[in-house]
Ligand binder design. Structure first.
Ligand code: BGC
Length: 261
């Protein structure tokens, strides 16, 4: 368990990397304000996205910055990450399962690395610097993208790897119908997609009874099109760090230096 304290660590800077299916993005992060301290760099994810190929790309990205050698690096990964090890591969190459992501990236970059689930990183950033800052109680951050990621924060403590995107809803893996990728794939209009989100979030709130739901992922910048269509008992708000959240959260966690368990 990780408690979200502010400021997050004695260190005031760290480097964050977001490993995604199409791009690997990284930036140095100012942890005092929770913002990039230099422009983000993006390199396309190598295909096939095997551990060795991705680690080499991450090393190239890190080397494109002039960083002090002891700057901690936080890496987000779209899978269950237990003690640094990938335990699932919903939208990434199966060869990652069982891979020690922290170690593979540490070896490739020669640096101190901490790997974390992408939604946990984003949710941690929203808790420290964004829409959930200062909220006690049960906060659920849900990212809508290729998949659905979830991050549960209880009184500032992050409960890692909740994987609520894979809840079974009406006989389906929830993310296969309600992720933003389903909206695009099936060419759903906002009302049609909102109906699926309504069903999803209703199931989630009936099971968890959160005090606040924060919606992240790239589509959250278009929240005006779908959040007002939802009828939930739980207050639901857009994330404020948007696409920066993963990088910022991973950097903040790396600065703490411990895994989320
Ligand atoms: C994965 C999660 C991930 C989410 C968002 C899901 O398919 O199982 O680990 O957080 O996608 O990328």
């Amino acid at each position: 368990m990780t408690h979200a304290t502010y400021p997050p660590a004695a260190e005031t800077g760290a480097f964050g990397i977001d490993i995604g299916g199409s791009g690997i993005k990284g930036a140095p992060v100012d942890l005092v304000v929770g913002e990039f301290s230099a422009d983000r760099v993006r390199i396309p994810t190598p295909q096939p996205a095997t551990p060795d190929a991705v680690a080499a790309t991450v090393a190239r990205l890190v080397d494109s910055f002039d960083l002090s050698h002891d700057l901690p690096i936080g890496v987000t990964f779209p899978a269950v990450i237990q003690h640094g090890i990938a335990r699932s591969a919903a939208n990434v190459d199966d060869s990652w399962i069982g891979t020690d992501v922290s170690r593979v990236i540490a070896e490739a970059t020669g640096r101190r690395v901490l790997a974390v689930n992408d939604a946990d990183a984003a949710g941690y950033a929203e808790t420290l610097y964004g829409a959930a800052r200062g909220h006690d109680g049960v906060v659920l951050v849900v990212t809508l993208g290729t998949g659905i990621g979830s991050c549960l924060v209880v009184d500032g403590t992050l409960v890692p790897n909740t994987e609520l995107g894979h809840l079974e809803v009406d006989g389906h893996d929830a993310e296969s119908r309600a992720a933003d990728s389903a909206r695009e794939r099936e060419d759903l209009d906002w009302e049609q997609w909102a109906e699926r989100l309504q069903r999803y979030f209703r199931v989630v709130e009936d099971l968890l009874w959160p005090d606040l739901i924060v919606v992240g992922g790239g589509v959250s910048k278009k929240h005006d099109h779908f959040l007002p269509l939802l009828d939930l008992r739980t207050p639901i708000v857009p994330a404020t760090l948007r696409n920066a959240a993963g990088i910022v959260g991973a950097a903040a966690l790396a600065a703490r230096g411990t895994h989320l368990d």
